[in-house]
Design a protein around this ligand. Sequence first.
Ligand SMILES: [Fe+2]
Length: 272
Amino acid sequence: MYCKKIMIVQTIRRTATCTTQLNYQKAEPSIKLKTHTDSTGVCSPHLSLQLELQSQSMAASTAVTANYVLKPPPYALDALEPHMSKQTLEFHWGKHHRAYVDNLKKQVLGTELEGKPLDHIINKTYNNGDLLPAFNNAAQAWNHEFFWESMKPNGGGKPSGELLALLERDFTSYEKFYEEFNAAAATQFGAGWAWLAYANDKLKVVKTPNAVNPLVLGSFPLLTIDVWEHAYYLDFQNRRPDYIKTFMNNLVSWEAVSARLEAAKTASSSSA
Ligand SMILES: [Fe+2]
């Protein structure tokens, strides 16, 4: 499956402003991480962080473990208010996401998976749907990082450019895509995720249960919304449809989605 060849190159430089680049490539990552923690040991998005993943050979990357760091969202924890509260970010990122990362570290310690890149662990432990123990924590660690970077302050609304053109081509209109994405997120029974994904030169909406993501389904993920109750209960209680509309209307970073689309197209064409 070609998705096994996917890796992510992300370069984040966060000082007064932040830019994110994400590319899917057929290589393995190495990571240099410089970060700072506050007095409680929490990585603070207010402080400078530099994370670089660069393509290198498989042999050179086997000792990499920094994929298992709890990477902060690319904005301050109160930056999405009033649409997503600081309290939600403190619990969702600071407690839930942290637990997935911490548990993964313990789970792979001393196993053949220790030191392997996160996407490798995800594909290996998906095990064709017969999940191995580390899958849920590995996939949830990846999914949450992808989710934080799917949002930005003052986001949402309608995309533009090539992304809009492809949405109109594959869903007939942006409004139809909006309906389909919202419906997938609203109807995912119990915990899970809804995604915009790219495969075979087409965009599609998929929903997945628990920790499953498009990486194990042969697609390139472009956008996601977390529909686990912990994602919205503090702000919306049981009103999941209101959370989804708020995400689409006020939080989506279409710039991130467009960058992911470009990376997916490049990786897709080079693996053809
Ligand atoms: Fe979550």
